[in-house]
Design a protein around this ligand. Structure first.
Ligand code: HEC
Ligand code: HEC
Length: 273
């Protein structure tokens, strides 16, 4: 689809760059909506891939999507980082959405195929970055490189196109050397408490009817949300099960688990494309 710069500027709704990629889009997802309501795809993209600050929703179980939005609404899910602007926005959306709209949105995102939109690169040196106002990392204006240290550095391949709604833009997760190999045994054995993650998250870590997938999801989101679960920023009975799993993992173990999970094929056992 070809849009003029003026059309891009004027639209209030996410631009549908690839209309053949997804089923019919309900208004709550793609807009336009009345008043101050923001369509889900503005932050989660029409293919559900999301952005470094939001979350990847494609193919998540519909019941799980509804349950999480209700948790944001009820105040049992927030961010461990005080006043995290992205999460505050999600909470406002959750408070405004009607049951009918939420049903439509959950049904839409649950039907979307999961894709491999993350690549993991292990390296000791990363592009120099600066945090933007939402706390995501952007390449530093002067360029250059810096040591990765103990971080995962998550960068969009083209943040400008991603912001304009091009949901084919891929993320790169830079991880310290050896992170993927260190994360693997924690995931396969359960990190010392004997319950492998696959026991609940599905044999290929692609999720079940009620439990979310982990394979091929961005390391930034996985690490952030595991920390939120660990410190109690995510509450409720189903989270208690997970807290028993992640409660003992150190920050560097969480980072390695996240790098390993991001490196997995979202559609195992078919080959990674
Ligand atoms: C203004 C931006 C914004 C809009 C609009 C938005 N979200 Fe979100 N959403 C977020 C952010 C940011 C997060 C991550 C919050 C966090 O982890 O702290 C999130 C997380 C989620 C999650 C949790 C995913 C998981 O794996 O646990 C679900 C489910 C979700 N959103 C559903 C929706 C639905 C459905 C809509 C439309 C009704 C919507 N969101 C609209 C920003 C947004
Ligand atoms: C005993 C079952 C169980 C095991 C084992 C388990 N989980 Fe979970 N996990 C869950 C449930 C249930 C949820 C959904 C929690 C909720 O409702 O918020 C979850 C949620 C998560 C989430 C949040 C996903 C999202 O979309 O926000 C991550 C990340 C996660 N688990 C990682 C792991 C990892 C890594 C392991 C292994 C070290 C693991 N889990 C082991 C049951 C389990």
């Amino acid at each position: 689809m070809i849009l003029t710069a003026a059309q891009v500027e004027q639209t209030d709704a996410p631009i549908d760059w690839f209309p053949n990629d997804h089923p019919r889009v309900p208004a709550i997802v793609g807009g336009p909506l009345s008043g101050n309501e923001i369509p889900c795809a503005e932050c989660h993209a029409l293919n559900g891939a999301g952005y470094p600050g939001s979350a990847d929703l494609a193919g998540l179980p519909a019941t799980y999507i509804v349950q999480q939005v209700m948790a944001f609404r009820a105040g049992t899910r927030h961010s461990a980082m005080a006043d995290q602007p992205d999460t505050t926005e999600m909470i406002m959306v959750a408070q405004a959405v009607t049951p009918r709209q939420l049903h439509d949105a959950a049904d839409y995102f649950a039907k979307l195929p999961r894709k491999n939109w993350v690549r993991v690169i292990e390296t000791a040196t990363v592009p120099r970055t600066i945090p933007d106002k939402y706390g995501w990392l952007d390449p530093a204006p002067g360029g250059g490189t810096e040591p990765i240290g103990n971080r995962v550095v998550e960068l969009s391949d083209d943040i400008r196109r991603a912001f304009l709604g091009d949901d084919h833009v891929v993320l790169t997760d830079y991880a310290p050397p050896g992170a993927v190999a260190r994360g693997r045994p924690i995931v396969t054995t359960g990190g010392g408490n004997g319950v492998p993650c696959a026991a609940c998250h599905g044999v290929w870590l692609q999720g079940t009817m009620t439990v979310p997938p982990l394979a091929g999801r961005p390391a930034g989101y996985i690490a952030r949300t595991m920390w939120d679960i660990r410190v109690g920023a995510r509450g409720g009975p189903s989270v208690a099960i997970m807290r028993a799993q992640v409660g003992r993992l150190s920050p560097s173990e969480i980072r390695d688990v996240a790098a390993y999970l991001a490196s997995l094929n979202a559609n195992a056992p078919t080959p990674k494309k």
